[in-house]
Design a protein around this ligand. Sequence first.
Ligand code: CA
Ligand code: CA
Ligand code: CA
Length: 238
Amino acid sequence: MGHVPPPEACLASPSNDRAFPDIGLGPFFGGSVERRRMADNKPLSSKPGFVLVPPETTGILFSNQLRESLGLTQHVFQNGSGVAAGDIDGDGRPDLLFCAIDGTNRLYRNIKDWQFEDITEKAGVGCAGMHSSGAVFADLDGDGDLDLIVNTAGNGTLVFLNDGHGHFTRAPFLLNPGRAGESLALADTDGDGYLDLYVVNYRFSALMDVLSPGRFTFKVVDALVGADGPTEPGALHF
Ligand SMILES: [Ca+2]
Ligand SMILES: [Ca+2]
Ligand SMILES: [Ca+2]
């Protein structure tokens, strides 16, 4: 990784593109392209720090909602989901994918000036009902565009190939089947030029869900002596 200038040299400045540091992200994560066009996202304030841009301005209306009835019977879903950022159409502006744990993922294309459009349907990355827990953009096949990996809780890890214009096709294989992927990391660990994938899994069922009513039956084989006298052997249902 190259030298990273001090923070004051990293402030966005449309008039001075050289103010953006090359932090060595490279083409895998679209770093070099995004660096060229970051000036399109003009700073909203001259002061250091962050400014909240409301959804009414950005057009990003995604909310990761979880039905109470589902969350109470599958507590793993309460861990929530992640967000991925990357320039999926090569226009130089980073786009955003929000994963839905109980619904449909939403992909927002960065138009410019902090405005986004929802292109989920034509991009083909909704993964409806798949319980998506996280995602990452990376150029998996080395053709210069960002592909997509989506972790799910219970439905495996999905791979989508980008056509270079932000349209994705799901690869005909499933990684990590039946597991609850929580996090992802990519690196060329063996130096063969291809990115390798590390998936962090979490348990798919919490103990409190396993012991939900009707799932288990225990049989009392010995009489117990309580305040009300001996308890007859029988069955206890949980
Ligand atoms: Ca873009
Ligand atoms: Ca690619
Ligand atoms: Ca490799």
